[in-house]
Design a protein around this ligand. Structure first.
Ligand code: GCU
Length: 600
C-alpha cells in the first residue's frame, strides 16, 4: 500500500489536529435527559497485525479502517469492508461472542453507524463505560483520541466531527498485555477484550453541567455539602439543586470558575444496609436537568472499629469478579449485577469486594439500592512496573476516574489501591503517592489495599507493611488451607501491630461443584467446606477483625487454571459454580454470617 509522501505528510498533520476533544468525565451519564444509546450490533474486523492502522513500513496509514472505505469502481482495490463483516453485541467482550476469539489478544476494529441531526448551540459527547484495553476512537474518519485502561469510563466532545444524517463511530480495540500497563502482563482473571460497557452520545448545551458532588457533611449529619461545575468557566449561570423529599430547593449562581458550592441544612435518613435510603436529586441548568438518587451516610474508623453512621459494624462480605452469572463473559448490566449481589445477600452479606478493578457503574448503583457496601479497587495487581512514570500516570488516571464516577455512591465505603504487591522502596513510593492522591480526591471514604502476610514461621503469622500508615483499614489475603496446610489453621496465631481495623480481603480454596470425596481430597466440595470451617475458627481469633471477603463468590475464567476436567480455565474457588450451583462451603459462610448478624 504505497501512497505519495506529500499526502502522507498532509495526513500526519491532519491527524495531529484531532477533531475530538477528550474532556472532563461527564458526571452521571445515566441521569441525563438527551442521551442516545449506541448499544446493539456493531460490525467488527479482526486485525491481528494492525494493518488497518499501519502501512507496510509500520507508519500510521491515512488509509486505515477508520476511513470505512467502499469500493467505488470495479477496478478499485479495497481489502476490507465493514458492511459485509460479522457483527457482535456491544457492550460485550469478543472472547465469548466469537469462539475463534476465546483466547485472542490483539486488535479488533468495531464500527457502528448512527443517524444524527446535530443542532446549532448543542454539543455532543461520545461516552464509553469502558473498553479493554486500548481504544483509538474515530468519528466519520476523524480521530477523537486514544484511551488506555480497561475498566473506567472516558468521553470525547465529537460535535465538530458530526454531520447531518448517517455518521459512523469506529474504534480500534487492542487488549494485548504489557508489563508497563495497569494491570501488568500477568493476572488471575480473563483478559476479556472489547467494548465491554455501554456506549452513549449525550446531547448537551454549549454550556452544561459537567459534574457534581453531593454528600453528607462528615462533621454535621444535618448538613449536605458538595459542588456543581460547568464545562466552561462561566460566571452568572443559575444552577437549581432540589431534593423534594427533604424540601430542599436551592438556586445558586456560578462563580468565575463556572462552579457553585452546595451547603444545605437538611435532616436526611441515613443510608445503611438495613435502610438503603436514596433521595431523588435534581440539578437544573438552563433547559437541562440531571436526576440522580443519592444516599447520605458517614463511614469512619475508631481505633480497630469500622463505624457506619457512628455505629460499629462488621463487614460480612465476599469477593466478586465482574463475570456474567449462569453464562460467561464480562458482566455489564444491572440485571446481572442483581443476580450476583442477590447470591451474596442470601449468604448474609452486607458488603462486597468488587475485585480487582472498578466494576460497571450499574453494578455499584445496584449494590446501593440493595443496601450492600462496596470495596472498589484499581487493578494495581502483583508486580507492577513501579519505576515507570507512564505506568504511574496511567494508574493515577484510573484512580481519578474511578473516584470521579462513583463519588456520589453511598454504597462505596472503601477505595482500594492495590492487591498483593511485593514490598520494595519503589512500590512504597508508588502506592504512597496513590493513597495520598486518593485522599485529595475524596476524604470521605476509607483507603485500603490487599496486603500479604509477611512472615509465618512456626505458625506465627506477622503482617508488616510500610503501607500501614497510608491506609485506614489494614486488609490482607491469606490462604491457609489452600497454598498452606489446612491442618495448621487451628495452630495459627496472628500479629498485626497496627491500631486499625482488620479485613481479611481474601481466603478460600477450590472445589469442583458436584464432586464429592473426603475432606482431604483437593477440589472436592468437602475439602473446600473443611477449609472454610477451619479458617473461620482461626480468623475469629484475630483482634480487631472487622470484615471478611472470602475468595470468591463465583467460579471465574482464568488463563492460569489448566487442570483438565477440574479447572478447564476456571478458577474454582467460587462458593458458587459458574452455572449457579451453591457448593457446601457456601452454607458454611451463610451459617457464620447468620451468627454474626445476631452479634450486631
Ligand atoms: C490471589 C489473588 C486473586 C487470585 C487468588 C487465587 O490472592 O488476589 O486474584 O485469584 O489469589 O490464587 O485464586
Amino acid at each position: 500500500m504505497k501512497h505519495s509522501y506529500t499526502f502522507f505528510l498532509l495526513f500526519t498533520l491532519l491527524s495531529v489536529s484531532i477533531y475530538g476533544q477528550e474532556i472532563g468525565l461527564l458526571g452521571n451519564i445515566y441521569g441525563r435527559q438527551h442521551v442516545t444509546s449506541l448499544n446493539g450490533k456493531w460490525r467488527y474486523i479482526v486485525d491481528v497485525q494492525e494493518r488497518g492502522f499501519y502501512d507496510y513500513r509500520m507508519n500510521e496509514t491515512p488509509w486505515g479502517f477508520f476511513q470505512d472505505a467502499h469500493q467505488k469502481s470495479p477496478i478499485e482495490l479495497v481489502e476490507y469492508n465493514f458492511d459485509t463483516s460479522k457483527q457482535m453485541d456491544i457492550p460485550g467482550d469478543w472472547n465469548t461472542q466469537d469462539n475463534q476469539l476465546f483466547f485472542y489478544e490483539g486488535t479488533v476494529w468495531f464500527r457502528r453507524l448512527f443517524d444524527m441531526k446535530p443542532e446549532a448551540g448543542k454539543r455532543y459527547v461520545l461516552y464509553f463505560g469502558a473498553v479493554n484495553y486500548e481504544a483509538v476512537v474515530y468519528v466519520n474518519g476523524k480521530k477523537m483520541g486514544t484511551h488506555r485502561g480497561g475498566f473506567t469510563p472516558f468521553n470525547y466532545d465529537i460535535t465538530e466531527a458530526l454531520k447531518d444524517g448517517q455518521n459512523n463511530v469506529i474504534v480500534k480495540v487492542d487488549n494485548k498485555r504489557h508489563k508497563s500497563d495497569i494491570p501488568t502482563n500477568i493476572y488471575d482473571w480473563w483478559n476479556y477484550g472489547g467494548i465491554t460497557r455501554d456506549v452513549m452520545i449525550a446531547e448537551v448545551g454549549e454550556t452544561y453541567v459537567n459534574d457534581y458532588s453531593l454528600q453528607l457533611d462528615k462533621k454535621d449529619w444535618q448538613r449536605l455539602t458538595g459542588w456543581v461545575k460547568l464545562n466552561e468557566k462561566e460566571a452568572g449561570r443559575e444552577i437549581r439543586v432540589s431534593i423534594p423529599e427533604l424540601k430542599v430547593e436551592q438556586k445558586l449562581t456560578t462563580d468565575a470558575e463556572g462552579r457553585v458550592n452546595i451547603n444545605i441544612k437538611a435532616k436526611p435518613a441515613l443510608w445503611s444496609p438495613e435502610n438503603p435510603k436514596l433521595y431523588d436529586i435534581s440539578i437544573v441548568c438552563g433547559d437541562e436537568e440531571i436526576t440522580d438518587q443519592i444516599g447520605f451516610r458517614c463511614i469512619s474508623t475508631e481505633g480497630k472499629k469500622i463505624m457506619l453512621n457512628g455505629k460499629q459494624l462488621f463487614l460480612r462480605g465476599v469477593s466478586i469478579h465482574e463475570e456474567a452469572p449462569y453464562t460467561q463473559g464480562r458482566a455489564h448490566t444491572a440485571e446481572q449485577a442483581h443476580i450476583l449481589l442477590s447470591w451474596a445477600k442470601e449468604m448474609g452479606c452486607n458488603y462486597v469486594r468488587l475485585a480487582h478493578y472498578p466494576h460497571n457503574e450499574l453494578a455499584v448503583r445496584e449494590a446501593e439500592k440493595m443496601g450492600i457496601m462496596v470495596w472498589s479497587e484499581i487493578p494495581v495487581y502483583w508486580t507492577i512496573d513501579w519505576t515507570n512514570e507512564d505506568t504511574y500516570n496511567n494508574v493515577q488516571r484510573q484512580l481519578n476516574d474511578m473516584i470521579c464516577r462513583d463519588k456520589n455512591r453511598a454504597a462505596v465505603i472503601i477505595w482500594s489501591i492495590a492487591n498483593e504487591t511485593p514490598h520494595s522502596e519503589a512500590r512504597d513510593k508508588f502506592l504512597g503517592n496513590l493513597a495520598t492522591y486518593a485522599r485529595t480526591q475524596d476524604d470521605s471514604r476509607l483507603i485500603s489495599m490487599a496486603m500479604e502476610v509477611t512472615s509465618a514461621s512456626n505458625f506465627h503469622n506477622v503482617l508488616r507493611d510500610n503501607m500501614n500508615k497510608y491506609v485506614d483499614v489494614v486488609s490482607f489475603n491469606q490462604y491457609v488451607g489452600w497454598y498452606r496446610d489446612t491442618q495448621d489453621a487451628e495452630k495459627m496465631t496472628w500479629e498485626i501491630p497496627y491500631e486499625k481495623p482488620v479485613i481479611i480481603s481474601e481466603f478460600g480454596g477450590g472445589a469442583l461443584a458436584g464432586w464429592h470425596a473426603d475432606k482431604w481430597t483437593r477440589f472436592s466440595e468437602e475439602f473446600q467446606e473443611n477449609l472454610y470451617v477451619e479458617n473461620l475458627k482461626m480468623l475469629d481469633k484475630i483482634e480487631g477483625l472487622s470484615g471478611l471477603s472470602p475468595w470468591i463468590l463465583v467460579d471465574f475464567h482464568s488463563p492460569a487454571r489448566y487442570l483438565p476436567d477440574v479447572q478447564d480455565y476456571y478458577n474454582r474457588k467460587g462458593l458458587i459454580s459458574s452455572s449457579g450451583e451453591k457448593k457446601k462451603a457456601y452454607f458454611v459462610m451463610k451459617r457464620y454470617y447468620d451468627e454474626k448478624k445476631k452479634l450486631r
